[in-house]
Ligand binder design. Structure first.
Ligand SMILES: NC(=O)c1ccc[n+]([C@@H]2O[C@H](COP(=O)([O-])OP(=O)(O)OC[C@H]3O[C@@H](n4cnc5c(N)ncnc54)[C@H](OP(=O)(O)O)[C@@H]3O)[C@@H](O)[C@H]2O)c1
Length: 317
């Protein structure tokens, strides 16, 4: 099969031919229609290269953790799925690189992060959902936000941020979107009440003036520890400040009465199914940045590393 992988730890991702994997007991072989691109794809490869992860890795290391496609074959004992089912989700994760989704076929566990794709959503769009969508839904729960509360969302225009903005707005949460150059019109269409530019650094003084009583929650998808602390200073007593890039210092925040969270997604079939329901109900749509053929995936990965993400990129396999 065709796949985009790194041949050895120091290599760059490239298109290559690899054997089609075979489903074992309880596993499903999926013919991939599209893979969603996430920063996690290149972060996993980087961590494997530097030995930063405890998880074993194999080479060639195939990129990708999100997919949508059709069930092509069933391993022994599989009952939840049938051949031809349209599904989306995430494959087995360990060893890293063995089950990447930038490939024509991928293996997922029947009882893993696998669900029937949302009805009426083309599979290339469903491929954009698993990591960013599950993260967005869980983040909102971690922040414990409800109607009328205020959310400061940093990195709001990217893959996760565009889902958080929509899902929060659908819950009547007031979203203050912090972006670097993505304006009021684009973010407003997603449901943001206000859009603030951070091109010249965190606009905390302006925000403090507009929100003298502070915000109820911060969800920060981008800042390092120093900038995160600046934003977190805007969270009111009793509020919560969440980082997806491990920038929160929970002990320091607790001294101010703010709950600090370094969020780590716990993907599951249940979360995927709830996400599919949100999409089916129109509470979130996929904001597509680009659709690229598999051969162009290495360039798309390079663009993701360089930033400037506006919604999601999907790789058509
Ligand atoms: N912990 C977890 O379980 C978990 C789960 C999912 C994702 N993540 C991580 O969360 C991060 C976001 O994921 P994603 O898929 O949304 O990434 P993405 O699609 O690349 O989006 C990131 C967005 O943040 C913006 N940004 C970067 N620096 C910024 C700053 N200083 N101020 C304001 N905006 C800024 C980027 O804009 P520009 O580059 O255009 O300026 C881009 O729009 C990634 O690092 C990802 O690995 C963690």
């Amino acid at each position: 099969m065709r796949a985009v992988a790194v041949a050895k730890p120091a290599g760059d991702p490239e298109l290559m031919r690899l054997p089609v994997p075979e489903p074992g007991p309880g596993e499903v072989l999926i013919k991939v229609v599209a893979a969603g691109l996430n920063p996690l794809d290149w972060k996993l490869a980087d961590r494997a290269r530097s030995g930063e992860t405890a998880e074993p890795a194999v080479y060639p290391l195939i990129y990708g953790v999100d997919f949508a496609g059709k069930v092509a074959a069933l391993g022994e004992g599989v009952t939840r799925f049938a051949e031809g089912d349209a599904v989306f989700g995430q494959p087995k994760r360990v060893p890293v690189g063995a089950y990447g989704t930038y490939a024509e076929y991928v293996i997922a566990a029947e009882d893993g992060v696998l669900a029937v794709a949302p009805e009426n959503l083309p599979l290339p769009l469903a491929a954009a959902l698993p990591t960013a969508g599950q993260t967005a839904l869980s983040l909102l729960e971690a922040a414990g936000l409800g109607e009328g509360q205020t959310l400061l969302l940093v990195g709001a225009a990217g893959g996760v941020g565009s889902f958080v903005t929509q899902l929060a707005a659908a819950r009547d949460v007031k979203v203050i979107a912090v972006t670097r150059g993505v304006g009021e019109r684009v973010m407003g269409e997603l449901g943001a009440a206000e859009t603030v530019d951070a091109k010249s650094g965190p606009p905390v003084d302006d925000l403090r003036e507009t929100y003298p009583d502070g915000v109820d929650a911060l969800i920060d998808l981008a800042s390092d520890a120093e900038q995160f602390a600046e934003y977190a200073a805007l969270v009111a007593d009793g509020g919560v400040a969440v980082s997806t890039v491990h920038s929160a210092e929970p002990e320091a925040l607790a001294r101010r009465g703010v709950e600090g969270v370094n969020f780590v997604i716990a993907p599951s079939a249940g979360l995927l199914a709830r996400l599919a329901a949100e999409v089916a109900a129109g509470r979130a749509t996929v904001q597509l940045d680009a659709q690229v053929p598999l051969a162009d995936a290495p360039d798309a990965v390079a663009r993701s590393r360089a930033g400037k993400s506006r919604g999601k990129t999907v790789i058509l396999v």
